[in-house]
Design a protein around this ligand. Sequence first.
Ligand SMILES: Cc1cc2nc3c(=O)[nH]c(=O)nc-3n(C[C@H](O)[C@H](O)[C@H](O)COP(=O)(O)O)c2cc1C
Length: 200
Amino acid sequence: MKKILILFAHPALEKSRVNRILIKELQKTERVTFHDLYESYPNFEIDVKYEQKLLLANDIVVFMHPMFWYSTPAILKEWQDLVLEHRWAYGREGDKLKGKYFVNFVSTGGKKDAYQSGGFNQHTIRQFLLPIEQTAKLCKMYFLPPFTISGTHSIEKAEVEKHKERIHKLIHYLQNDSLDIEETKELDTLNELFEKLVKE
Ligand SMILES: Cc1cc2nc3c(=O)[nH]c(=O)nc-3n(C[C@H](O)[C@H](O)[C@H](O)COP(=O)(O)O)c2cc1C
């Protein structure tokens, strides 16, 4: 069974409606290490060696965050800048992350149909995450399309709870190698494949 590291980033969790619910119980999930970056590093003083140790101990790396300015909250950029060191994560001898999986769990204020060509935001969520996708690939990881929770401004609490359950199912599938990774390659979101699997 694969081990998952969830790097969670929300700078104002006290104001959160959605992620606050989504993260409930993740701490208690078996073989999941839930790591709240803003809580651990309120001054952005990231412990690089500790972060690298966590990465080595896990098979799947998740960035879990709200979308901020078509990207991640700032600490996840700082984390990448410091933790993904040359000759460790990338470069000729940098193979410590080789073969691990990478995925974003991302919530967006924008609704699903706003994230498409011709839509309000013109591009898909996956397209906005392109620098992260290529970073994961440079680090020889398998990049999976994001799992998305969209339309957060008007989402009902019951729908958020549903997404929470889906996240737990998704974690279970990922841990047990039940997803056909090849099949996910061209998808915009992991939700699509997941919806097929889960027949709700
Ligand atoms: C600083 C900031 C920037 C944001 N940028 C975006 C954005 O680029 N696209 C989007 O769809 N939503 C954006 N939002 C909305 C958040 O993604 C949304 O409020 C969040 O996913 C809701 O989750 P929460 O209830 O856990 O905070 C932004 C919100 C803030 C505060």
